[in-house]
Design a protein around this ligand. Sequence first.
Ligand code: AMP
Ligand code: FE
Ligand code: FE
Ligand code: ZN
Length: 283
Amino acid sequence: MSGPIDLHTHSAVSDGTETPSQLVRSAVEAGMSVIALTDHDSTAGWHEAIAAAEGTGLTIIPGMELSTNYGPASVHMLAYLFDPLDGAIVAETARIRDGRLHRAERIVARIAEDYPVTWDDVLAEATDESTLGRPHIADALVRKGVVPNRSAAFESILHWRSGYYEKYYAPSPVEGVRMIVAAGGVPVLAHPATHGRYRPMSDAVIGELADEGLFGLEVDHRDNTDEGKRELRRLAAKYGLQITGASDYHGAGKPNRLGENTTSPHVLERLIAAGTGTRPAVG
Ligand code: AMP
Ligand code: FE
Ligand code: FE
Ligand code: ZN
């Protein structure tokens, strides 16, 4: 494994624009040596990604980006190498995806009072297995010519302050860490220091998550502020947490490029040693 290690990528199983096979092709073309597939609240892409990577030399770390709620904030938690058949994980992610689906339908009903978009338009932007989210609503709005691109949709109609927004069911961060660890997985807080609604979690809360088995903090991510990164490095040292970096690639759905932030081989080695629910797939 020599070459860039990118532990946060999305396929069309959630809100990326490439199928797992296309994502693997993009990663090989971009010269990655390891990627983690971390679709939101779903492991449905693992099999296809692993099969596509066979013979390419690309290693796949099976993962997921679990939604959690902490008060008004949506806190994303990366989970690696857990057992995808673990009962609690299967049940909880199904509950989250179902909540997301109905929440998206209600958001679209409100938007449809003001803009020419229907629920069918949104469903047409996703597959049956996709974890539905605002990106799919954004894609429908783009196709209808209401906004020029996803980012414009998020800055206006889909913004959490727009009046159309609502949250969706998710467990607490502590419950998330416990569930991932119980399934043999390795939890890492995703982009914990972004702007606005997704504020850095407090020192005390990170300490509590560390006590429950949190493995690391995704410090090197384009959405973390510089000040936030400094604070996260301090917290990592204080609580003995590992530091990861990743792109959060969404294909054409976001400007993030594969390998724009990476994780050290040393940290990956520790992560693989900590995960007991699934093995990395060496392509
Ligand atoms: P949701 O989970 O439905 O609330 O939607 C949030 C998701 O939208 C996140 O997973 C992001 O990946 C994605 N997202 C947020 N902001 C943007 C943006 N400006 N452009 C594209 N995707 C975005
Ligand atoms: Fe996303
Ligand atoms: Fe995220
Ligand atoms: Zn992500």
